[in-house]
Design a protein. Structure first.
Length: 250
């Protein structure tokens, strides 16, 4: 588990996070019907590399893309492909990381392509709102279970299902570090949050079941019933006061 020790280290991880956030925003701006997920991935990679960094996910455990790009029922770890062409009504989850000057930044969002269905729109709104509700309780002295419970209760009370097999994580000099940050659990349980911790909170939410399946590429994780999935993520720093969202752009 990384603990940011001083202002210099905080500034370094903040820069990695800002670059990751700008790359994610660029992907959203380029996301139109007719573009392939491979082309989106190329845009993300070139942007990150043009700023002297490298995509955190490129070749990570053998992953072939620079970003995870997952469409509709696909939740996470979608492999970019020239054959996967976006169309109006799709929802597309993009997970982007950037490694800059020894530090990682990581964030994700699910985007709308054109006009989406009512259920898709509501799923995206609830999932994103649950992220910000969870961030509110990421205070010094609180416990990881407070974050986990907030995501779970917010989404489930609105008729959706949190995925339990995949979770958020600590981040810093390594992309994935302790502690684990589940999207389910009991408030008041788990490790205490302390100033200097940098963590990724990332609600992963399904339309009709908490169950997921691995597709034939052995990477892509999808909703088991073939219905919709959404994914939002921020890297935050625990401070003496309110949490600092490192991947939020002004």
């Amino acid at each position: 588990m990384i603990i940011v020790k001083n202002a210099d280290e905080l500034q370094k991880i903040r820069r990695a996070c800002e670059l990751s956030a700008r790359a994610l925003r660029l992907a959203g701006e380029k996301m139109v019907a007719g573009i392939s997920t491979w082309e989106l991935d190329r845009i993300i990679r070139e942007y990150i590399e043009s700023h002297g960094a490298r995509p955190s996910f490129l070749r990570y455990r053998g992953f072939k893309g620079s970003a995870c790009i997952s469409v509709n029922s696909e939740l996470i770890h979608g492999i970019p492909s020239k054959k996967k062409i976006l169309k109006d009504g799709d929802i597309v989850s993009v997970d982007v990381g950037a490694f800059l000057n020894g530090w990682h930044g990581d964030n994700a969002a699910t985007f709308r392509v054109g006009k989406v269905s009512e259920i898709a729109d509501r799923l995206l709104k609830v999932t994103e709102e649950s992220l910000y509700e969870a961030i509110k309780v990421a205070l010094p002295g609180s416990r990881i279970g407070d974050i986990s419970n907030k995501v779970q209760t917010y989404c489930e009370s609105r008729g959706f299902y949190v995925v339990k097999e995949y979770i958020g994580h600590g981040i810093g000099r390594d992309l994935h570090e302790a502690p684990d940050i589940p999207n389910f659990g009991k408030a008041g349980k788990g490790a205490r949050l302390t100033p200097g911790m940098t963590i990724c909170i990332e609600p992963m939410v399904n339309q009709s079941t908490e169950e997921v399946k691995i597709l034939s590429d052995n990477w892509t994780v999808a909703e088991a019933n073939g219905n919709l999935s959404a994914h939002f993520e921020h890297t935050i720093a625990i401070t003496e006061g309110q949490p600092m969202i490192l991947t939020r752009l002004s």
